[in-house]
Design a protein around this ligand. Structure first.
Ligand SMILES: [Zn+2]
Ligand SMILES: [Zn+2]
Length: 352
């Protein structure tokens, strides 16, 4: 038997995986992975707190430092109880969640090998501390970035009849894309299409050659995602062609939705109820977000549950700013709650 825990570093560049072999774990014993993302964001922190970022222009503005602290504490607690564990725990510290570049290479490099289940949490600052949200099925949306290059024919702004104006074509494309949500998507299947950037033109008297639009699409099932991606292409191409232009469609950074397994969800729900009381556990729409998370990659590899832990404290006015804001902060009372839910769920998983 090897020393404990068995540590792998440099996975997906800076990822770390620690394997804790239970003291009574046989060769057929189960393994649970617990994942925490570690990365910060390129934001200059404006908080004046003792744990403020020490690196200018880089900030933990999504709570991933909290996730890392929680998982280190869980690793410490379970390591001390190793003798009584009938299975194994893999502690997965993941880099590059925000750039959606960490989970995939970690899975490719074997982080989920011989793993039977995976759990993880996200601290949420517009969700009250003391509450835990656990829900079966899709919880974080799938996300796709798209780039539409609308091509026309440039010319003099005073003589539009001798040009094909890609700006007017783009205006129609943007309008009609919104009808995919309002007219083609069931009111019971949430989805988002946002055009977030428009770039075109050099002067007031020139019709440009092309317009580049960038946007994001969010949906909660793969079928819905596939449908909307197809329709974005069809609508953009169809309108551009009908108006005498053309459209190149590029799709990037696709992430599936985070979809929770019912059995793993039940396990985490029970642990959450024991930690904060059943009446402080939510399973409704408040657990869902149109934000995305590459935990989805782990959840697509092994059955698992991704849940949320409240980090807003209304009374103390902590956590009043949204995620990715220069004044983002968490109520640290959320940390022991995260530790307890993960630890209880891990112990329960290994006992089953
Ligand atoms: Zn984030
Ligand atoms: Zn995050």
């Amino acid at each position: 038997m090897s020393v404990y825990p068995i540590l792998q570093t440099g996975i997906a560049k800076t990822g770390v995986v620690g394997l804790l072999r239970g003291g009574t774990a046989g060769p057929e014993a189960k393994t649970l992975a617990i994942r925490a993302d570690m990365d910060a964001l390129p934001i200059h922190e404006m908080n004046d707190i003792e744990y403020r970022s020490q690196v200018d222009g880089k900030m933990h503005a999504c709570g991933h430092d909290g996730h890392t602290s929680i998982l280190l504490t869980v690793a410490d607690i379970l390591s001390k109880r190793r003798a009584e564990l009938a299975g194994n725990i893999k502690f997965v510290f993941q880099p590059a969640e925000e750039q959606i570049g960490g989970a995939e290479p970690m899975v490719q490099e074997g982080a989920m090998k011989q793993v039977d289940g995976v759990i993880g949490l996200h601290l949420i600052c517009n969700y009250e501390v003391g509450r835990v949200g656990v829900r079966s099925g899709p919880v974080f949306a799938g996300a796709h970035r798209f780039v539409l290059t609308v091509k026309g024919k440039g010319g003099h702004a005073a003589m539009p009849d001798s040009a094909v104006d890609p700006i007017v074509i783009s205006a129609s494309v943007i309008q009609v894309l919104q009808t995919l949500i309002s007219r083609e998507t069931s009111p019971f299947s949430p989805a988002v299409i946002t055009i977030a950037t428009i770039h075109a033109g050099t002067a007031f008297n020139i019709i440009p050659e092309e317009v580049v639009l960038q946007g994001t699409m969010r949906a909660f099932t793969k079928e819905h995602q596939d449908y909307l991606l197809r329709r974005i292409s069809e609508v953009a191409n169809g309108i551009a062609t009908a108006m005498g232009g053309a459209c190149e469609v590029g799709l990037f950074d696709g992430l599936p939705p985070c979809t929770n397994d019912p059995t793993m969800t039940e396990l985490v729900h029970k642990a959450a109820g024991e930690a904060v009381g059943e009446d402080h556990v939510d399973a409704g729409e408040e657990v869902m977000t149109t934000g995305s998370d590459d935990m989805a990659i782990f959840l697509n590899t092994v059955p698992g549950c991704y849940f949320i832990v409240g980090a807003h404290n209304k009374a103390r006015e902590v956590g009043n700013y949204p995620h990715h804001h220069p004044r983002f902060n968490i109520d640290e009372d959320a940390l022991p709650i995260g530790v307890e839910v993960l630890t209880r769920a891990a112990l329960e998983f290994l006992q089953q």
